[in-house]
Write a protein that binds this ligand. Structure first.
Ligand code: HT7
Ligand code: ZN
Length: 874
């Protein structure tokens, strides 16, 4: 397997102007007839088309059937030397959707009897459907005809505008769709089977009437309403924020329980993992409601950032994903509390992307090479990519960014673009050269910024000295300085903002400014500073870096109490908690961080004006993975024990207030409402219950059991169940049995039942996971179930997975071997649970090294899993 390199990109030697596809659909065997109108770009290149696992039934060129010697199909490539510019190639192939366990290309969701057919083509699934130059820079106009038995496949859908439907012989029927917009092959989709829908009429800002249709299997049709509302909100927001309108007469969204990822933005026919579309308070938590709104928005926003303007090649993946995540974040912030959204996004970045950047799988936002592109749908490409767009948008300001986006759309509509094109459009629209930001896309690793402040009492000046460095990552031993915008403010010791007079800056007197650190080391001098200040740095997390500042614990406590920047207020608490945890770890009892953290939170706890959701976040110390950031020789079990000790200190500080606050929150009586205040109260109640259970387990368990029994919705029920199961409460077994029986027929609820048990901290988790594999509802064929059980254990339970005896590691290796034979994409993603292995303490590290090497040496691994293992071991 030789890697594919960005540096080797060449434009396509052949293009396709129109594609006409006809499908004769059935569960076991489908036939696909394709007519491709070919355009030759390179006179010397023979026609070569991608095709994976296709059974070729017929082939003709310009209407003439080809003889055996006139074509060659080998190594996933069809070669037709006789094709000329303007030729039409016709192929007919057979597919076997019911045998497709990889869930790429055309496959079956659900049972043979009642399930439906669907496709997944990103990144390279279209070549499993028909022969085609399956690369995103080949854009064509698609017409699609679907034919099938009407009784078995009453609904036939493809992307594009409806262009006819009707009956055929023998109980069959057809439907035809034409898409006027040129698009790459990865956006092709079809769906066929028994489905119901909910619909709404929508008129775009530029006057186009559109039918919005959300489809699901009959049993879930009442769960589509929330997504329909969210879709409408997203469409309006994109019109208002970016001036972007929808561009077809119909927009279909379909839910499936069998999906490798979260959702897919196929043109005119989005396909969603049911987990991110179907909502019902009885099974959907508040967090999931927010996720559904975000993913519905995300996929819709792709219509412009990804579909109308697509990627030249897969190295540019972040051009659509980073930008679309950023747009999705803006959308959610506009609808909800912006500071809370920022806290959630940064916490996610630190939990998922920072460890990626610090381990053997580190790669730039624009990778330089890959073997299996599916392995690069990562937190780096998505979340860090979004941070880069945010940084650049911040540099341009809201109006400048909009100007730049308008130019980007105008210039590249209907084409495939690069990250250079994106930065050029943003820069040119604002008379700026943004090329220095390209270094962020090319360089892996999280920069560390060290800040030191010095106050000169005589000169009344404050000098902020900043340094940056980025640790080496695989293949990149040397790093260069990056442009790092640092938003900052200064406080006096009473917690009042000070006016800023920065040397060389225009806007004197403002209370917030941005300095750009673009060298290894720089100093910034503030004048007229009347008192030794406390700096609030990296406000709103203005760049994706790790900041170290020589704060005294009292300084952080001051920011935690007074910073009006909601993000930095939370951040000050996180820094204090981290220091307190480190002091516990190192046995230092002279450190004042713990006392300051607890005291500050006791005050916040009683602050009437504080949003309960924000308070819940303030009361949550950094997670077990974040706490080990930058550490080597990590013992995840000890990390867990020490973090719990930290939480216990907090619980003891809050004392009886926990019980009384819990009862107060329970007594409000709005537990079945979905509005923001009700959600915020439930969020705080969940946190308070968890802390209370550390201080007074018996009373908290009794309250949790009652909450479980009386809960009107899943948020409260799952919060209670989690406390009972994770704390091994005597009431846990009965609650688990009740949950299993109550939701026996509900896949999305059952996933939670598997996940909550797989995340039970400590050694007991593994036996539980093994036992749960014997539950009749467990199947390795369903990615959601695999993620709920094995994924929750390996990715979401550090102290359970990283058992000192290595049993967790051996278990995962065995499961990966079996899963890879069925679904390589999901197996490869699960294997990334080993990402942090090189930072483990030596005993665990040696066990993992041996196990990974053993698996990597096995024959017949998929290229997806083989690539991950090779990178883990490099
Ligand atoms: N663009 C979508 C990516 C996706 C995907 C990639 C590889 C394999 C399966 C997949 N399903 C969906 C998701 C997104 O909107 O970002
Ligand atoms: Zn996306």
């Amino acid at each position: 397997d030789t890697p594919i390199r960005l540096a080797d990109y060449t434009p396509p030697p052949w293009r396709v102007s129109t594609v006409d596809l006809a499908f004769d659909l059935a569960i076991d065997a489908c036939e696909v007839t394709a007519h491709l109108a070919l355009v030759r770009e390179d006179a010397n290149a023979p026609l070569r088309l991608d095709g994976e696992g296709l059974e070729l039934l017929a082939i003709a060129l310009d209407g003439r059937p080809l003889a055996a010697g006139e074509w060659r199909y080998a190594d996933d490539m069809l070669e037709v030397p006789g094709a000329r510019d303007g030729s039409v190639l016709e192929t007919r192939v057979r597919l076997r959707p019911a045998d497709n366990t990889a869930l790429e290309g055309l496959y079956l969701s659900g049972s043979r009897e009642r399930g439906f057919l669907l496709t997944q083509c990103e990144a390279q699934g279209f070549r499993r459907i028909t022969f085609f130059p399956d690369r995103p820079d080949v854009l064509a106009c698609y017409s699609v005809t679907l034919r099938a038995d009407r009784a078995r496949f009453p609904v036939l859908l493809a992307g594009g505008n409806p262009a006819g439907a009707g009956d055929l012989d023998d109980g069959r029927h057809f439907a035809r769709f034409v898409d006027p917009h040129p698009r790459p092959s990865y956006l092709f989709a079809l769906v066929a089977g028994h489905l119901e829908h909910r619909e709404r009429d929508y008129v775009t800002a530029d006057g186009r009437p559109v039918k919005l249709k959300i489809w699901s299997e009959a049993d879930a049709i009442d769960r589509c309403g929330f997504a329909l509302d969210a879709l409408e909100r997203a469409m309006r927001w994109d019109e208002q924020a970016y001036g972007r309108n929808y561009d077809l007469d119909v927009f279909h969204v379909v839910a499936t329980h069998d999906f490798n990822m979260g959702a897919m933005e196929n043109k005119g026919l989005n396909i969603f993992n049911a987990k991110y579309l179907l909502a019902d308070p009885a099974v959907t938590t508040d967090d999931e409601y927010r996720a559904i709104e975000a993913v519905v928005g995300h996929e819709y926003f792709h219509n412009w950032t990804g579909n109308r303007v697509t990627c030249r090649d897969w190295f540019q993946l972040s051009l659509k994903e980073g930008l679309t995540v950023f747009r999705e974040q803006q959308f959610i912030a506009a609808l909800h509390v912006p500071a809370l959204k920022r806290i959630e996004d940064v916490a996610l970045l630190r939990r998922t992307q920072f460890p990626e950047d610090a381990g053997p799988l580190a790669h730039p936002v624009r990778p330089a090479e890959y073997r299996a592109i599916d392995n690069f749908y990562t937190a780096t490409v998505y979340e860090k990519g979004a941070e880069l767009v945010r940084m650049i948008a911040g540099r341009l300001g809201a109006a400048g960014f909009r100007r730049g986006m308008d130019l980007y759309f105008a210039r590249h509509d209907g084409r495939a673009a690069t990250i250079e094109d994106f930065l050029a459009a943003l820069g040119e629209a604002n008379g700026l050269d943004l090329a220095p930001y390209l270094a962020w896309y090319a360089q892996a690793g999280t920069p560390r910024v060290t800040a030191r402040g010095e106050y000169d009492e005589v000169a009344r000046s404050y000098t902020l000295q900043l340094r940056q460095s980025t640790p080496p990552t695989p293949g990149q031993p040397e790093k260069r300085p990056l442009p790092i915008p640092l938003k900052l403010a200064l406080f006096d010791r009473e917690g009042r903002l000070l006016p800023l007079h920065l040397d060389g800056a225009a806007s004197a007197g403002a209370t917030e400014c941005v300095v750009v650190l673009d060298e290894a080391e720089q100093s910034f001098v503030f004048r007229q500073v009347e008192t030794p200040p406390v700096p609030s740095l990296l406000r709103d997390f203005s760049a994706p870096v790790i900041l170290a500042c020589d704060y005294a614990p009292a300084d952080l406590a001051l920011l935690l109490a007074h910073d009006p920047d909601g993000f930095n207020r939370w951040e000050a608490g996180q820094q204090l908690a981290r220091r307190a945890w480190q002091a516990l770890r190192d046995g230092r009892d002279d450190d004042a961080s713990l006392a300051h953290w607890c005291a500050a939170l006791r005050r916040s706890f009683d602050e009437a004006s504080l949003d309960p959701a924000l308070l819940a976040e303030l009361l949550t110390p950094p997670g077990e993975i974040e706490l080990t950031e930058g550490d080597t020789a990590v013992d995840p079990v000890r990390v867990h024990v020490l973090r719990e000790r930290l939480e216990r200190h907090l619980a003891d500080t809050l004392g009886d207030r926990l019980a009384s606050r819990y009862h107060e929150l329970s007594a409000v009586g709005d537990d079945d409402r979905l509005d923001a205040p009700a959600q915020a109260r439930r969020r705080l109640k969940r946190r308070v219950l968890a802390l209370w259970a550390l201080r007074d387990p018996a009373a908290a368990f009794a309250a949790a059991a009652q909450q479980y029994a009386r809960a009107p919705g899943m948020t409260d029920r799952l919060a209670a169940l989690t406390v009972l199961v994770h704390r091994e409460a005597p009431q846990a077994a009965a609650a688990l049995a009740d949950f299993r029986a109550r939701h026996a027929e509900d896949a999305l609820a059952l996933d939670k039942w598997f996940a909550v048990q797989a995340q039970q901290p400590g050694d007991a988790a593994l036996a539980r996971v093994r036992a749960l594999e014997a539950d009749p509802a467990f199947t390795m064929k369903n990615p959601n179930r695999v993620r709920a059980l094995w994924g929750s254990y390996a990715h979401g339970n550090p102290s359970g997975f990283h058992r000192a005896d290595g049993a967790g590691y051996r278990f995962l290796i065995e499961r990966l071997r079996a899963l890879d034979a069925l679904n390589p994409q999901v197996a490869a993603r699960l294997a990334t649970a080993f990402n942090g292995w090189s930072r483990l303490e030596p005993g665990r590290r040696e066990i993992v090294r041996e196990l990974l090497a053993g698996l990597a040496a096995e024959p017949r691994l998929s290229s997806n899993l083989a690539e991950i293992l090779a990178r883990l071991l490099a």
